[in-house]
Each structure stands twice: as structure tokens, then as C-alpha cells.
Write a protein of this length. Structure first.
Length: 160
């Protein structure tokens, strides 16, 4: 069965017919064509598919698209403005917070969600916010430094 899904996706209103069993991850990648959200484990364990739903990080591989009707959804493609990187994107770039890059969109969106609610998080709060994201290439030190740096940029007025 299909239903009508209305949402604000990356700042733009969308209306689509979606199957009841369509995952948000598949909706974003296959219906909308936004491929920044990655398929990782397909079981909610790696965080590569993290998006923001009403500013709260959500694993899109565990979320039915129909369940977000009326919500605001932000993906990694929503970040930055006029070709300039957001604070979190700059942090990951300048502090070398990514290696192969596959997990990076999920880490970035979880970090943006954190900084939108807590612009000056402690290291423990950063670790907690990123606890559902897994990176197989790095030891997380650079990722934490990237989020810390993004928080500093945020105090200077750069959007997360």
C-alpha cells in the first residue's frame, strides 16, 4: 500500500507517494537521489545513514519514510551555503576527521544535531552524541577534534 508523504527536505517542501514499507534511507537515495546518506550495516549499528529529523539525529535505515510525514529532514547535502562549508564540514576537513570518508556524512549529521542543541559540548557530550556512529579507519581522536573545532567556529558565527 502507498501513502502520501509531505515533508520539508533540506529546506524544500516535497510531496511523494511512498510505499508503507519504504525506508527513509531508500527514499532519500532512490526516490529523491540524495546519495550523501550512506547504506552501511542495514541494522542501525553503524550510523552511516544518520540524518536529522526535526534536528534530532535519526538512523534512516531503521526509519520508515511514511513515519516522518510532516517533519523537517536534513541530510548532509543541506549543509554549507553558497559554496562555503558549514562549521562541522570545515572541522572534519581542517582537522582531518575523515579517512576513507564513507562514515563521514553520518558523523557530520550527528555532530550537527549535537551542536544545534548544545553549541559548547564537553568531550564526554561529544562522545555520547557520536556513540552510535562507527568508523573503521580512525581512532576517533581526529573526529572529536573536528567537532570541538566546529563548536569553536560556531561561537564565531559559522552555522553548524
Amino acid at each position: 500500500m502507498a501513502r502520501i508523504l509531505e515533508l520539508c527536505l533540506n529546506g524544500r517542501k516535497r510531496i511523494d507517494a511512498v510505499a508503507d514499507n519504504l525506508l527513509l534511507l531508500d527514499y532519500l537515495r532512490e526516490v529523491v537521489g540524495l546519495t550523501g546518506t550512506k547504506t552501511g550495516c542495514d541494522g542501525g549499528e553503524c550510523g552511516a545513514c544518520t540524518v536529522l529529523v526535526d534536528d534530532v539525529p535519526r538512523l534512516s535505515c531503521l526509519t520508515l519514510a511514511a513515519s516522518i510525514d510532516g517533519a523537517r529532514v536534513d541530510t548532509v547535502e543541506s549543509l554549507g551555503e553558497d559554496g562555503r562549508l558549514s562549521a562541522v564540514q570545515r572541522g572534519f576537513h581542517e582537522k582531518l576527521g575523515s579517512q576513507c570518508g564513507y562514515c563521514t556524512p553520518g558523523f557530520i549529521m550527528a555532530s550537527v544535531g549535537l551542536l544545534r542543541h548544545n553549541p559548547r559540548p564537553s568531550d564526554d557530550e561529544i562522545l555520547e552524541a557520536l556513540g552510535s556512529n562507527i568508523c573503521r579507519c580512525t581512532g576517533y581522536v581526529k573526529i572529536i577534534e573536528a567537532v570541538r573545532y566546529a563548536a569553536e567556529l560556531g561561537t564565531a558565527g559559522v552555522a553548524p
